[in-house]
Write a protein that binds this ligand. Structure first.
Ligand SMILES: Nc1ncnc2c1ncn2[C@@H]1O[C@H](COP(=O)(O)OP(=O)(O)OP(=O)(O)O)[C@@H](O)[C@H]1O
Length: 538
């Protein structure tokens, strides 16, 4: 008994430890697979749903082991009892007709049923993931929900989704119960069949009573083992159905070790292009060329860029103007290496940046991008500025960038200064403060090119002027190429070129003074209709 107890302890301990290890490895692989997926993948998949899979589905995936271990145990029992009971005690015909045929029938139906269970489990997990995604999104945007008094409608919406989860769960329960019912009934009928056949064999004198009793015992053991195998099979199918999405993502990604990592050559190239000390001179600014670039977002069929050409010489400061929706931010996204063009090339310093993953990585390491929506993480202000490959940063660079973006102005008034937490998605900072932290984060990498996408739109006039002044100082050296996407004339002050984007093409491009002197029709309409008035702040 003690040995039995100890063996049970060992079995459970080993299984549970193995489950934890599998879950650890799967989560790590899954996260790595996700974080490396192309940005278009995140347009098509909701992050809340993916996060749910990272927690819930992987727990289920690793539980497969428990079912598999039970299945293996049943297999061994089935093999042993079948060989003892059947092979050694029955003639081949009796064995095939009396024993193997019903077992085979049981297996065929069981396997078919298992597939149905798997499909239902897959559907249930998908619906659950969608419901969790919705809850996460709404809780993340709780301020908007509260502002619009939308609590009740949110509950109704969530309830509706839970209803569909319940419906799939109900089907799941029906299928699981049906499968169990099938095996219990099938197992019972099988036993009756065996007892009946044994009776026939005894009366016809084929076997003795003693043999029949032992045969019936082995059959009983084999029957239970077969039922165990099929139950484990059903449970494994259910687990596999539940974690279908995880498996798809992992198999599309391949092994973690097979992925192109930050190779030594890129690391060296990146290090070489970044001065290790801020007093070192910056490396030459980047030259960028868009050559006949076409682009369509994978989730929407309408083309956004339609043969865009733009030649930004090294050190130029180009303002990109255009009506809302003309494709300006898309240009910045392509330059940041987030989406490959559908056609055409983006050439950075004579390299086709989308030629391979390494080049895109290299280009990103040379850029400082300040996007339209300032995105911060739940870190301190300083940690947000240092975010990224911090091996490239020194304390002095970080502090210089913080000063240049005028972060100190507000951070010095906070009790914890730069160590103040920025809150989830930077919610503990004002829009203007977030923008300034984002600017400091971009400057800290000492980029060879800066891309601003309406980066100062959330700042008040005073902060905007301060930031522009700082940026003007950074850029005046000509050490950094700059692309400014703006609606504000104040940003044009420190640009020397203007490009006008209209319907996915650059329709006018040249020196600022020349372009503003002879604006094309598209620019004229922007100046007139979009409040982009030349005398706005002058
Ligand atoms: N992730 C996306 N998926 C699908 N379509 C998108 C996506 N992002 C932008 N678009 C669409 O692409 C078009 C160009 O968008 P883009 O953001 O580049 O315009 P923009 O000129 O920067 O506009 P704005 O000045 O208002 O910021 C728009 O019609 C927009 O709806």
């Amino acid at each position: 008994m003690v040995a039995g107890g100890f063996a049970t302890f060992c079995r459970l301990y080993l299984i549970e430890t193995a489950i934890e290890r599998i879950a650890f490895r799967l989560r790590r692989e899954f996260f790595w697979a996700l974080i490396q997926r192309p940005i278009s993948f995140f347009d098509a998949n909701k992050t809340g749903e993916l996060v749910n899979r990272l927690g819930n589905d992987i727990t289920m995936t690793s539980r497969v082991l428990v079912d598999a271990s039970a299945g293996i145990r049943s297999c061994i029992t089935a093999l042993a009892s079948t060989s003892q009971g059947m092979v050694f005690q029955l003639a081949p015909t009796e064995m095939i007709l009396g024993f193997l045929s019903p077992v085979a029938a049981l297996f065929v139906v069981g396997f078919g049923y298992g597939r149905v269970v798997r499909r239902i489990a897959e559907k249930r997990q998908q619906r659950l993931a969608e419901a969790v995604q919705r809850a996460e999104e709404r809780l993340g945007g709780i301020r908007t929900v509260r502002t619009f008094n939308a609590e009740k409608s949110e509950l109704a919406g969530f309830e509706k989704m839970l209803d569909s989860v319940y419906e799939a769960g109900w089907q799941n329960a029906l299928a699981t119960g049906g499968l169990a019912c099938f095996f219990v009934t099938g197992g019972g009928l099988f036993l009756i069949h065996i007892i009946y056949n044994c009776g026939l064999m005894v009366t016809s004198g084929v076997v003795s009573i003693g043999t029949t009793v032992s045969l019936a015992m082995y059959c009983f053991m084999a029957g239970s083992a077969y039922t165990g195998i099929m139950t484990s099979y059903g449970d494994i199918q259910k687990c596999l159905g539940s974690c279908q999405k995880v498996l798809e993502i992992l198999s599309a990604h391949g092994s973690m070790d097979a992925r192109p990592m930050l190779t030594e050559s890129i690391r060296n190239a990146v290090s070489a292009s970044h001065p290790s000390h801020p007093s070192h001179p910056l490396h030459p600014p980047l030259a960028v060329k868009f050559e006949n670039v076409h682009f369509t977002y994978p989730t929407r069929p309408t083309p956004v860029l339609q043969g865009l050409n733009l030649d930004i010489p090294a050190g130029a400061r180009v303002a990109l103007l255009g009506r809302s929706g003309s494709g300006k931010s898309t240009v910045a996204l392509l330059l940041a290496g987030l989406y490959p063009p559908s056609e055409g090339k983006v050439i950075v310093d004579d390299r086709d940046m989308y030629a391979d993953e390494e080049t895109a990585f290299w280009v990103r390491s040379q850029l400082g991008v300040i996007s339209q929506e300032p995105t911060l993480f739940a870190l301190t202000i300083r940690e947000n500025v240092e975010y990224g490959d911090e091996t490239q940063l020194t304390e002095q660079t970080v502090l210089e960038s913080i000063a240049a973006a005028h972060v100190n102005e507000f951070a010095d008034h906070l009790p914890l200064g730069l160590d103040t937490p920025a809150g989830e998605r930077g919610q503990a900072l004002s829009g203007g403060q977030k923008q300034r932290v984002c600017i400091a984060r971009a400057l800290a990498r000492r980029p060879r090119m800066l891309v601003f996408d309406e980066a100062t739109s959330a700042l008040d006039l005073r902060s905007e002027r301060l930031v522009h002044k700082a940026l003007k100082e950074v850029l005046s050296s000509g050490d950094c190429t700059c692309l400014v996407i703006t609606h504000r004339m104040s940003a044009l002050e420190w640009c020397d070129h203007v490009a006008v984007v209209h319907e996915g093409r650059v329709v006018q491009y040249g020196k600022k003074s020349e372009v503003l002197k002879n604006p094309c029709a598209a620019l004229e309409s922007i100046l007139r209709k979009d409040d982009l008035l030349l005398n706005e702040e002058t």
